[in-house]
Design a protein around this ligand. Structure first.
Ligand SMILES: Nc1ncnc2c1ncn2[C@@H]1O[C@H](COP(=O)(O)OP(=O)(O)OP(=O)(O)O)[C@@H](O)[C@H]1O
Ligand code: SF4
Ligand SMILES: [Mg+2]
Length: 341
């Protein structure tokens, strides 16, 4: 197994909830990220999946040090990034880049493509001498499949897929080791999604990149992920190799998500069990006690309200195909998507 390039332990980001304008009073907190554990290995893609509002973008911003966590550690090259500042932090940020969620809003409409892709060189001038930057930007456009002649165009002159290629070129500019891609294809047409995912897979091989690839749907990350982590209300509830998660899920939430994934084969579709979750996702400002999934879980018992299930390999599942990390007191395998006969 490849070495861990990024290790995240007990990561929290709580935003204060305040009331009043003149005398702002803290009345609680939004627990956007509430104890996330993740390991990213060199050269792999870790898919992170969860519903809207579960804290994916917040976690992404913490991973690339755009925000500081409330608690927890992010270890990169043996150092806890969350404790760094100044030049040391800047050096780390150069190596861990982000591709943003929405290519329609994340590119400044008043900047040319050349200026957008070259912007990281303004922040890290040591990465490319001034006289070289235009040439580097042209190269980057070429690498992501855009015409280098279009360097002076503006974002609105490109399609959604092309705009996300611009975002990827910007993410690549400093030759990072890690790219955190926050739902890079969610805003794109289905036909374009595969092209962008294929591009990212090719760049990963070419540049030896490690990816954290965020999505709200398990089907999107299937083709690109080596391992998958499922997130619910600020925490990882299950993680494992992609075959473990897709074929041997043990957490009820993962099973419910998988049961909603479109199955193209009509015979398999007819045999598959749909799990319809009742109720809404609770607010991250009022996280349920014990297991945070219990208000929607069909297996919940009294203990689920009292004890927080930790993310660990359940003792009785060890050694088997279902033996991977799951944060459930009653983790057990349930095949949701019927195997093709
Ligand atoms: N700066 C902030 N201040 C207060 N609350 C915030 C802030 N940023 C995010 N939140 C809240 O934290 C929670 C998680 O938000 P986040 O954007 O990380 O979710 P997400 O999983 O990326 O959702 P989506 O799939 O919609 O992009 C939400 O309830 C959100 O309203
Ligand atoms: S710990 Fe209980 S409530 Fe939580 S997922 Fe498992 S069975 Fe459901
Ligand atoms: Mg998001």
């Amino acid at each position: 197994m490849a070495e861990a390039i990024l290790e995240v332990r007990g990561l929290h980001k709580h935003y204060p909830l305040t009331r009043g304008v003149l005398f702002r009073k803290e009345v609680g907190s939004v627990r956007a990220v509430d104890g996330v554990d993740l390991t990213l290995r060199r050269g792999e893609t870790l898919g992170v999946v969860g519903e809207s509002g579960c804290g994916k973008s917040t976690a992404a911003r913490l991973l690339v040090s755009l925000e500081r966590p409330t608690a927890g550690s992010i270890t990169y090259r043996g150092e806890d990034v969350t404790r760094l500042s100044g030049r040391a932090l800047k050096a780390v940020r150069r190596n861990i880049q982000m591709v943003f969620q929405d290519p329609y809003t994340s590119l400044n409409p008043r900047m040319t493509v050349g200026d957008i892709v070259g912007e990281p060189f303004d922040i890290h001038p040591e990465a490319a001498p001034k006289g070289e930057r235009r040439r580097r930007v042209r190269e980057l456009l070429d690498v992501v499949g855009l015409n280098p002649e279009h360097i002076n165009r503006y974002p609105h002159q490109f399609s959604g897929g092309q705009r996300q290629r611009i975002g990827i070129a910007r993410g690549l500019a400093l030759r990072p080791e890690i790219i955190v891609a926050d739902e890079p294809v969610s805003a794109l047409d289905v036909s374009v999604q595969a092209q962008v995912i294929n591009l990212m897979a090719r760049l990963q091989r070419e540049f030896g990149l490690s990816y954290v690839f965020i999505a709200h749907d398990l089907s999107i990350v299937r083709h690109i992920s080596d391992r998958v982590a499922v997130m619910y209300l600020g925490r990882i509830v299950e993680s494992g190799r992609d075959s473990e998660i897709y074929d041997h899920p043990t957490h009820p939430y993962t099973q419910a998500l998988l049961s909603a994934v479109p199955v193209p084969d009509p015979r398999a579709r007819a045999r598959r069990e749909r799990i319809i979750l009742t109720g809404d996702v609770p607010s991250p400002a009022a996280v349920p006690s014990g297991c945070r999934f219990r208000t929607r879980c069909w297996k919940a018992r009294d203990v689920c309200a009292e004890e927080v299930p930790l993310l660990a390999v359940p003792q009785r599942l060890r050694g088997g195909l279902a033996g991977h990390e799951s944060a459930c007191h009653f983790a057990e395998e349930k095949r949701v998507v019927a195997p093709t006969p």
